[in-house]
Design a protein around this ligand. Structure first.
Ligand SMILES: [Zn+2]
Length: 266
């Protein structure tokens, strides 16, 4: 047999119906941005020296894509512990938050270093944070047809073992049918990563994970992006600035003599 046209050999494309999308850029309240740089400023004033700190970006359950606040966990004296951000530490911090607040990423400072990009250690931390926050930032992105070769349709109470031996997948229905499509939900999760410097610069990425329940196929990817700052009418007032200073004193402990290998890893 000869084919007139090779396109006849192509398998039909699976049906995909879009249901939603992951964020294309970071949405951040101006208040949260001001707070992050205020933490850096307080660190410099209180300890008379600039150094790194890290925190979590926070959102409300009803809008997980908008960073509304910065959460400052207890930072470690031990820099090694801190550069390898563990899920246990993130879990502890999540537990301390009100029910309607979720962690949607992490933020850290490179202090007065002019190192304006993420390090290898930071890359590890992105994945740890994504792993932790994925369940809470998860949303359906699409319904996608699963192409099953050799799908066998059977009717309840009208088949035997011999029929089950046929085909790669059997769909058993309560009535006679001649055609069926199997569609799985593709879920997507994200987390944000932001690094800032004392001079006012910031760099950021979105980390995403997409996967289908039935096919078990998961992809993880990230992209550099910009931040859209949103005016949420909330501003840092003098009491809050004072509270930030108090938190910095309690939660950030300067390690003024970190081993040089740790500085390099930063
Ligand atoms: Zn870093």
């Amino acid at each position: 047999m000869r084919f007139k046209d090779l396109s006849q050999l192509k398998r039909p494309k699976p049906l995909i119906i879009s249901l939603g999308s992951l964020p294309q850029h970071i949405l951040m309240a101006k208040y949260a941005k001001d707070k992050a740089f205020k933490i850096s400023e307080r660190v410099g004033v209180i300890f008379e020296k600039s150094f790194e700190w890290y925190g979590f970006t926070l959102a409300n359950n009803d809008h997980p894509e908008l960073i509304t606040d910065i959460g400052l966990p207890q930072n470690d004296l031990n820099l090694q512990d801190y550069t390898t951000l563990g899920s246990q530490r993130i879990a502890e911090f999540q537990e301390s938050l009100p029910e309607d607040v979720l962690i949607n990423g992490w933020i850290h400072s490179h202090g007065d270093l002019n190192y304006r990009h993420f390090s290898k250690t930071d890359e590890q931390n992105h994945l740890t944070v994504l792993d932790f926050v994925a369940a809470r930032t998860r949303k359906p992105l699409a319904k996608k047809e699963i192409a099953i070769q050799d799908l066998v349709l059977l009717e309840k109470d009208h088949f035997d073992q011999k029929d089950l031996a046929k085909g790669s997948v059997s769909l058993i229905t309560d009535g006679p049918i001649t055609e069926a499509k199997i569609m799985e939900t593709i879920y997507g999760s994200f987390c944000y990563s932001i690094v800032i410097g004392d001079e006012g610069w910031h760099e950021q990425q979105i980390h995403c994970r997409e996967g289908g329940i039935l096919s078990g196929h998961t992809t993880v990817w990230s992209r550099s992006t910009n931040i859209k700052f949103i005016d949420t009418q909330r501003t840092l007032n003098p009491e809050e600035i004072q509270a930030i200073g108090k938190e910095v004193k309690e939660k950030i402990q300067p390690n003024l003599n970190p081993p040089t290998e740790l500085i390099e890893r930063m």
